[in-house]
Write a protein that binds this ligand. Sequence first.
Ligand SMILES: C[S@@+](CC[C@H](N)C(=O)[O-])C[C@H]1O[C@@H](n2cnc3c(N)ncnc32)[C@H](O)[C@@H]1O
Length: 227
Amino acid sequence: MVATVPVNNPIKTLAARLGVGIFKIRGRYAQDGLFTVHSDLFRSDPAFRAAYERGIQASHGVDPAFEWRVHIALWAARTALRVDGDFVECGVNAGFISSAILEKLRWNTVGRRFYLIDTFAGPVLTQYSDREVRSGRLTLARQTLEAGAYVTDMDRIRANFAPWPNAIVVQGAIPEILARTDFDPMRALQRAAAGKLAKQPNLGGAAALCDSLSDVISTRNTRFSLP
Ligand SMILES: C[S@@+](CC[C@H](N)C(=O)[O-])C[C@H]1O[C@@H](n2cnc3c(N)ncnc32)[C@H](O)[C@@H]1O
């Protein structure tokens, strides 16, 4: 039980009527829009800590406080090793999550490539749908760009991934970059994406990955739900 106040507490009763829940969050996982009463023991696992710290290193010391998200990404990556094929991340930025994965999976022992695709110039502002513009997402993207939240320093990016020769940085906009690249996973992605990408490169890219590359996909993009 996580309620901090007795069930009959009038404050809790009133809050519940207003649609508000009162929970004890001390000692519970409450980060990154996620609160849970379930075990977060993974946070004290040394292998997780090492992976997360590697993400912070990629981020030049910035901790976005999203451990559960990284935990899920690490699980998905580990699970993806059960099927053949290379890894692709669409949207890398500083490389927090991909670096954590590379660290946790000891990538130099894995014998696969990990393609890291990003404009390294932030989101492509012309790709926003009318609905996204209306909902303010374009404005938010502009503000985020102006705030310098996207890494554009390619030397920094390449230096971060240098310890893993099979981590291949690909600079370009999805979907266009998929047509210009000549490595196998990208050809597969491009084929599968042909009828789907349209104006939603993130959704199309994700769907294409589902279709063509692996049974497992991890996405942190909250702009859409996978079909
Ligand atoms: C939320 S960030 C990715 C965060 C990253 N996965 C991490 O571990 O922190 C989204 C990234 O997607 C990239 N991006 C957005 N639209 C893109 C597109 N059409 N093509 C390539 N990259 C894109 C942006 O430049 C940005 O770096």
